[in-house]
Design a protein around this ligand. Sequence first.
Ligand code: IVH
Length: 665
Amino acid sequence: MTAKEKIEELRIELHQHNYKYYTLNAPEISDKEFDDKMRELQELEKQYPEYKDVNSPSMRVGSDINKNFTQVAHKYPMLSLTNTYSVAEVTEFYERTRKALNEDFEICCEMKYDGTSISLTYEDGKLIRAVTRGDGENGDDVTDNVKTIRTIPLILQGNNYPPLFEIRGEILMPWDVFEELNREREAREEALFANPRNAASGTLKLQNSSIVASRKLDAYFYSLLGDNLPCDGHYENLQEAAKWGFKISDLTRKYQTIQSVFDFINYWDVERKNLPVATDGIVLKINNLNQQKNLGFTAKSPRWAIAYKFQAERAVTRLNKVTYQVGRTGAVTPVANLDPVQLSGTIVRRASLHNADIIEGLDLHIGDMVYVEKGGEIIPKITGVDVAARFMIGEKVTFITHCPECGSKLVRYEGESAHYCPNETACPPQIKGKIEHFISRKAMNIDGLGPETVDMLYRQGLIHDTADLYELSIDKLKGLDRMGDKSAENIVNGIAQSKEVPFERIIFALGIRFVGETVAKKIAKAFQDIEELENAAIETLKDIDEVGDKIAQSILEYFKNDTNRKLVDRLKSAGLQLYRSEQDMTGYTNKLAGESIVISGVFSHHSRDEYKEIIEKNGGKSVGSISAKTSFILAGENMGPAKLEKANKLGVKIVSEEAFLERIS
Ligand code: IVH
C-alpha cells in the first residue's frame, strides 16, 4: 500500500469512527485505538504534505493560527421565526394556514435549540464553508472552527445528497460542558459566560481553533436548502440528512391535528429540563415543501413556521436603585438595579422598567423584593412586587423630571408612554447615539470606529454630529489618547470608503425616527435624490409601500428641522451619494407604474412574496383587497369565490400568472 492509499484509508476509517462515537453515541473501537489511528494519520500527513486535505479528520484538532473572519454573503438569507408565547396565537397560525392552503397538511414539531445558528455548504459531499448568521444577509466564515465540532461531518456518507446544498442548524454547548467551562473560568478568575448560548457563540468566534476544539461544542441541524433535495417533505429530507451523517434531533414529530401539537408542546415544556442541551421552545413547520412555497415569507420570517416559546422562569430579588438611560432618539428608559439573581441560566443584575406608567402601576419602592422575568425580549423585566416581604418601606420611586445627562426638562408627547429629552442637538447620549447609528454596519459601515472611539472623539470636541466625521484627518486624530498612526489611518480610510455607500443606506443612517432598513430602501427607490425627498409632500410619501401616516409625519418633521437640513447639506458637500445611482435601479422598471394589483390564489412559478416584489420592482403597488381602483388581479389557481364575485361586480380584469410574466418580461 502506498502512503497515499494508507492516508486515504485512515481518513475513511476515522470519519466512520468519529460518526459512530459522536453522532450515534455507539463507538466500535476504544479511545486508545482511535487516538493511535489519528496519530498515525497525522504523522503521515506531516511526512507527505502533498496529500493535504482540508477535510481530513485531523483538521478537527484545530490550529493555533490567529485570523480575522472573512465576511460571506448568504446565498439564501438567514431569516428568523415569528415567536409567540401564546397558545391562542398557535391556534391562529394553524387556522390561518388551513384557510390559506385549503387542503390537508402536516405540521412538523421540532425543538427550538437555544444556541447560535450556522449555515454549512457542501459541494460534492464535502464541507466547503461554514458561515454564521451575522445580520442575516452576511455572516462570518468560521469554517476552521466548525471543523473542530465532531458531530459535523466533513465528508458525507451515502450517495443521494445533492451536488451542492446548504444545511442549517444550531451550534450548542451542552449544559455539562458549559458548567465545567464556567468552573474552570471561575478558578482562573475569568469572566463567566452568562448562558450556554453566549458560550457557544463566543467559542465559535474565537480566533484560535485549537481552543474551539477543546470546548466540545455540538450541533443539531433543522433545515436543508438547495435544488434537487431528495424528498418533498421537510421531515423526510432531514431523515435523509441523518443518513448522510448529520445530527438530526430524534425528538421531531409530524402531526395532523392542533391537539397533538399542543400535547407535544405540553410534554416538552416539562421534559426539556432533562435534555443535555438548552431549548427555549418548539418550532412548528408546515412539512410539505410545496405548501411552504405557497405560504411564502413576510419581510423577516416564513409564513409556514412559528416558534412557540416556553414561559420564562421567574426570580425574586431586591431593588437597590433606579437609574435612567437616554437613547439616540432622546427616549428615557428607567432601569432597575438589582441584587444579582440566577434566571433561566443567566445572572441578572439590571432589568428594564419601561416607562413612568409601569413604575406607577407597580407602586415601586427602593428595597422592595421584586419579581423578574425574562420574556421575549433579551432584557429582563420587573413584573411585580412581593408586597408581603416589605417589612420596611423604602423611598417611593418616581420618574425623573429632568434629563440625567444634560438637565433639560423632559417632555412626554401625546399618546406616547415614553419621556423624551427634547435637547436633540446638544444632549451627549443623543449626539453619540446618532453617530453610533450612522457608522453601524447596516448604515454607513465605517470600519475602525466603535462606540468607545466615538465617545472619545466627542469628549475631545472633534465631533458633534455625523457630518463632522468627514472633517477628521490623520493629523487631527494622531496623538489623541490611545490613538496610534495606524488606527488614525484606519479611521480616516473607513470614513472615506463610506462615501461609496448607496443612497438607501444613507437614508437609513440619518436615523429618522421609524425609518428602518426596509423602509429606507423603499424610499430610496421612490426619489431621484435627497432634495426630492426633502421637499416631498405627505401624500407622495404615503404612496410609498410600507410608509403610513406615522412614518410620513416623521420624515416631514425631520426635514422641517433646520439643523437636520444643514446637516444633510454638509453630508452632500462631503461627497456622500445622496442620489439614486443606475446601479440602485438595476432590475427596476416602470412597466407597472401607477397600477394597483391584487394577488390571489396559488401560483406555480413564484411564491406570493416573490410576485409582490416583482410588482414593486416594476413600479406597481400590491394591495390587499379589491376595489374600484384595482387595476387588475394577478390570479393563480383556486382564487377564492368571494374575490371572483367582487372582481366581476366591479369589472376588474383578471390576469393569469403566465400572462403577467409575459407582460413584464
Ligand atoms: S428554522 C426561517 N428550526 O431559531 C427560519 N430554527 O428565530 C429558519 N432555531 O436563527 C429557522 N431551533 O438559530 C429553526 N428547529 C429549529 C430551530 C431554529 C433553533 C433558531 C435558529 C434561528 C432562530 C429563528
